[in-house]
Ligand binder design. Structure first.
Ligand SMILES: [Zn+2]
Ligand SMILES: [Zn+2]
Length: 419
């Protein structure tokens, strides 16, 4: 074992895997562009207060999982545990808006939570997400969901299901919270310690506790949908209507509550339905009070986030393609000192023309260099010996077909580009 290992709960993306990451990131950017969302990049740390005020003091994230630290001046920061609060912070700070054409945003990057590491869950994990800030129109809810749907289908995923719910607004939630308290109180001793806490502060959170005994008790809990007021009901009906119009299949699941305090009305999850998985691929919802909690004006918003780790696992389970591994187009085989120097010039020219080129200055024999050419997976080998050089020639060998021909050196780039 080496002296040092990667920190617990983190991982390296190794060279043979990185093309998968590049692929999903590329597709995400393409889809964001289709929907006219623009990228926003925020720092990986923020004042910890931003998360305490937005995500909520009672959430697991803030209570147990935040990487908090003091800098040398005693300011308290946190590595970002999620992407929405920083985006909303930046939105307010920079006066972004629909008017400045900057209300539709997407982000990518690492997030950090001190969580118990398990398969598909890490302390540094990579998320993609979008935020649409400024509108309460349910059309926007449907569009945000449609973007996630389009992304997953574009990747080729089939085994997933969209579940939606409305968790109501402040107005309808009080009665519901009371109903939940009444329902769960008689079973208090059977609940996990987290849930006993949640029952006082945020009873809705009991509905998505992963502990078995809590899950069993929550089975028959009252449904939020029975407590929605007129506005919230009309809103939810519109979202369903628009999704149907866009031919996006969904199921209503009243147990979807989303873990964070700032959510209201529309909540949704894309669930991986591969056998034994039952994991959330993408989760999102409306957060109409978040901006206010961060000191902004009344600024409604809705967004989603998903983890790249989970996404790549699901794609592997469904045996989907990530495109091709990176390989050089050309491998230069140079024999002798003069050919090697002439080869250097040629390599630079080819790279400038966008042709990916590889060679190995430590190998001198024809045999060793050809072996390397095959090992890298290059499409072509260019063979330059002293005889060829004297006649201004070079041998172009197609490594997949095994054919080769002699070409004048000044014509070589054109003949490779034409292939
Ligand atoms: Zn309501
Ligand atoms: Zn529980």
């Amino acid at each position: 074992m080496s002296t040092y290992q990667v920190p617990r709960g983190t991982f390296d993306i190794l060279p043979d895997e990185s093309y998968k990451w590049q692929f999903v990131i590329k597709v995400f950017r393409e889809i964001a562009r289709e929907f006219n969302y623009k990228e926003i990049v925020t720092p990986i740390f923020e004042k910890s207060e931003i998360f305490e005020r937005s995500v909520g003091e009672s959430s697991d994230i803030v209570e147990k999982e935040m990487y908090k630290f003091e800098d040398k001046k005693g300011r308290v920061f946190a590595l970002r545990p999620e992407g929405t609060a920083p985006v909303v912070r930046s939105f307010i700070e920079n006066g972004l808006s629909l008017k400045t054409n900057s209300s539709k945003l997407y982000y990518l990057g690492p997030m950090f939570r001190y969580d118990r590491p398990q398969k598909g869950r890490y302390r540094q994990f990579y998320q993609y997400g979008i935020e649409n800030i400024g509108s309460t129109n349910p059309f926007v809810d449907a569009e945000v969901i449609a973007l996630a749907y389009r992304f997953l289908t574009k990747l080729g995923l089939k085994n997933f299901a969209l579940q939606i719910n409305s968790i109501g607004c402040k107005n309808c939630t009080t009665d519901y919270d009371d109903a939940l308290k009444e329902y769960f109180n008689p079973s208090l001793v059977e609940l996990c310690s987290d849930c006993r806490n949640r029952l006082l502060k945020n009873p809705k959170r009991l509905l998505d506790c992963k502990v078995k005994s809590c899950k069993a008790i929550a089975q028959e809990a009252p449904s939020m949908l029975d407590y929605l007021d007129e506005d919230c009901t009309a809103n939810f009906d519109k979202v369903k209507e628009y999704l149907t119009a866009m031919e996006i299949p969904f199921i209503v699941n009243p147990k979807i509550v989303r873990g964070l305090d700032y959510y209201s009305q529309t909540a949704f999850e894309f669930i991986d339905t591969n056998l034994g998985a039952q994991n959330t691929l993408v989760g999102g919802g409306r957060y109409d009070t978040l901006a206010e909690q961060l000191g902004g004006k009344n600024m409604p918003g809705i967004g989603f986030a998903g983890g790249f780790e989970r996404l790549i696992l699901s794609m592997e389970e469904e045996k989907l393609s990530f495109g091709l591994q990176q390989v050089p187009k050309v491998y230069l085989v140079a024999l002798g000192t003069e050919a090697r120097i002439a080869g250097l010039k040629l390599i630079m020219e080819m790279r400038r023309m966008g042709i990916s080129t590889e060679y190995d200055p430590d190998k001198t024999s024809m045999n060793a260099q050809m072996k390397m050419a095959n090992r890298t997976g290059a499409e072509f080998a260019l063979i330059l010996g002293e005889d060829e050089l004297k006649n201004n020639n070079i041998i172009l060998k197609d490594l997949t077909k095994g054919e080769q021909k002699i070409i004048k050196i000044p014509d070589i780039i054109k003949s490779i580009k034409d292939k």
